[in-house]
Design a protein around this ligand. Structure first.
Ligand SMILES: *[C@@H]1O[C@H](CO)[C@@H](O)[C@H](O)[C@H]1NC(C)=O
Ligand SMILES: *[C@@H]1O[C@H](CO)[C@@H](O)[C@H](O)[C@H]1NC(C)=O
Ligand SMILES: *[C@@H]1O[C@H](CO)[C@@H](O)[C@H](O)[C@H]1NC(C)=O
Ligand SMILES: *[C@@H]1O[C@H](CO)[C@@H](O)[C@H](O)[C@H]1NC(C)=O
Length: 404
């Protein structure tokens, strides 16, 4: 790796020491989250199998076990918006789950997950209402933190709708304070700095949250996925330098297995999320997922890149407009993950002529190169020998380079 690059990556080591000290998310968390695929459907009469209800989360948990996804690292089963009743308990001020859709209650749902070796995540909002206009946590943070702990919830996603965005630096740490005070560890997923317009206080965000959203919601399209990738490549405020064990920049859910991406685009999203050291949350119907999509989600060598203990977020070295961009991620064993992402959709693979040296890999003994989705051996390359790659249209070539 060339000196400039190494310095850039080492510069971050100083930054990342002061993360949130709750022992959680030492590697990027993995699981399933309902929002992108299931949204806020509350009509369980018309849509009994896909409405936001305890049945949906139990069904996903059962599938996670049946499909052996836990063995690959997928662990959290997470509720998003639209789970509570429209009113808090008038006497205690506590949140209550919608009694028709969650008749057994959240505590029982947490037990259901724990009995299967899984974890339960829940959703709230630091404003007066959630995005879908359910009761928010503003003025109730201590009660809500205590309620989630009582229910033995393992993770809290805290949204920012219906709040004053300038309050994010107060609202999110306040909830963290109360969550910590419960003594029950809960992974804290923030939608801060997403709602903020001014310069973001990333050191404070990293001290407060285990993961943080800094870009808009993913939708089920290649355009949405690439817009997120561009934001991560542009890396405003060098936000990549705040990612590391305990705290992760969150590019939002995977849409692998849904309707909008081709097979190659699904691989591209999964590969890039691995490069970003991103939280990996599927949002797909696991009851009907195709074998093809499932195989992507179970690509163990790609997951290993995502879970690498150094926890470095890939940087974009350069991008040819509407064509190939080149990304590198240093790994704990001195090897490097390299992604070639192709945004060209002209219908045949695009070729890039380069050398490993041009990508910053200068070890004079050369490198052993392996493709990570299929485990294909690509052979030995010296830093200056020609290294020409072919990348599928709107697809990815994901490699690992091991120094010899
Ligand atoms: C609360 O914070 C302290 C100090 O940072 C930390 O040691 C402890 O593990 C935290 N507890 C929980 C439950 O997050
Ligand atoms: C980001 O990092 C680059 C390279 O170290 C540096 O030149 C630039 O000034 C940084 N930008 C910000 C906004 O910190
Ligand atoms: C990685 O490189 C460092 C410095 O060159 C060396 O000390 C260390 O043993 C290497 N680690 C592995 C796993 O090869
Ligand atoms: C190079 O990597 C391949 C897998 O891609 C492996 O089978 C082979 O043993 C490696 N060679 C050396 C010399 O490490």
């Amino acid at each position: 790796m060339d000196k400039m690059l190494l310095l850039l990556f080492l510069g971050l080591a100083a930054e990342i020491c002061s993360g949130l000290d709750n022992g959680l998310a030492r590697t990027p968390p993995m699981g399933w989250l309902s929002w992108e695929r299931f949204r806020c459907e509350t009509d369980c009469t018309t849509f009994p199998d896909s409405c936001i209800s305890e049945k949906l989360y139990m069904a996903m948990a059962d599938k996670m076990v049946e499909l052996n996804l836990k063995a690959y690292g997928y662990e959290y089963v997470n509720i998003d918006d639209c789970w509570p009743a429209k009113e808090r308990d008038p006497e205690t001020g506590k949140l209550v789950a919608d009694p028709d859709r969650f008749p057994s209650g959240i505590s029982a749902l947490a037990d259901y997950m724990h009995a299967r070796g899984l974890k339960l995540g829940i959703y709230e909002d630091f404003g007066v209402q959630t995005c879908a206009k359910y009761p928010g946590s503003e003025f109730y943070m201590e009660i809500d933190a205590n309620t989630f702990a009582e229910w033995k919830v393992d993770m809290v996603k805290f949204d920012g709708c219906n709040s004053d965005p300038n309050d994010s630096p107060y609202g999110y740490p306040t909830m963290q304070f109360y969550m910590n005070k419960t003594g029950h560890p809960m992974l804290y997923s923030c939608e801060w700095p997403l709602y903020e317009s001014k310069k973001h206080d990333y050191p404070l965000i990293r001290k407060t949250c285990n993961m943080w959203r800094n870009y808009g919601d993913v939708t089920d399209s290649w355009e949405s996925v690439t817009s997120i990738i561009h934001y991560f490549g542009n890396n405003p405020q060098n936000f990549s330098t705040f990612t590391g064990p305990g705290g992760w920049a969150d590019p939002d859910m995977l849409v692998v297995g849904d309707f909008g991406l081709s097979y190659y685009q699904q691989k591209a999203q999964f590969g890039m999320w691995a490069m970003f050291a991103a939280p990996i949350f599927m949002s797909v119907d696991l009851r009907t997922i195709t074998q093809e999509a499932l195989a992507i989600l179970k690509s163990k060598d790609v997951i290993a890149i995502n879970q690498d203990p150094l926890g470095i977020q890939a940087l974009r070295l350069y991008a040819v407009p509407n064509s190939i961009s080149v990304w590198v991620k240093p790994l704990v064993d001195n090897s490097t993950a390299i992604a070639f992402l192709n945004e060209n959709n002209e219908g045949r693979p695009t070729q890039l002529k380069t050398t490993l040296s041009d990508i910053g890999l200068k070890n004079s003994n050369g490198y052993n190169i392996t493709e990570l989705f299929d485990g294909k051996a690509m052979g030995m390359y010296k830093p200056t020998s020609p290294f020409d790659v072919l990348v599928d249209p709107t697809g990815i070539l994901l490699l690992k380079a091991v120094p010899m």
